[in-house]
Design a protein. Structure first.
Length: 120
């Protein structure tokens, strides 16, 4: 039997490669060029209207998703490697695999991150 697992190191590598450069202090972050598929709000369609950046805060890799309307959300790798969780921890996240993408839902917002899954 095969089980699909989330590989956080591969995701981190993919996102670091997508970020267009080295991790930077969050205070110096500008909107990134890496498109990310997202749906912001109830009933929204998935589009590539968000951008993704890898930033660093106190030595922790943080994934910043910039929303098309100017807002943003911060994610970090879950401690158990099961997916991504909101960095502030205010809301929980539901993670599920969609082909070669990791779909993360927080409230009414959905995001699709690049990911690689290994059969074990």
């Amino acid at each position: 039997m095969f089980m699909r697992t989330f590989n956080p190191l591969v995701l981190a590598s993919c996102l670091a490669a997508c970020s267009g450069g080295e991790a930077v202090d969050e205070t110096a972050v500008e909107p990134g060029d890496q498109k990310l598929v997202c749906a912001i709000g109830s009933g929204a369609e998935l589009t590539d209207s968000c951008t993704l950046q890898l930033v660093e805060r106190d030595g922790t890799a943080i994934y910043r998703v910039n929303h098309p309307g100017g807002g943003f959300r911060l994610f970090e790798l879950a401690g158990d490697g099961s997916g991504l969780v909101p960095h502030d921890g205010a809301e929980g996240a539901a993670n599920r695999l969609e082909g070669d993408q990791l779909e993360v839902q927080v409230g009414k917002d959905r995001y699709r991150f690049p990911a690689r899954f290994d059969a074990q």
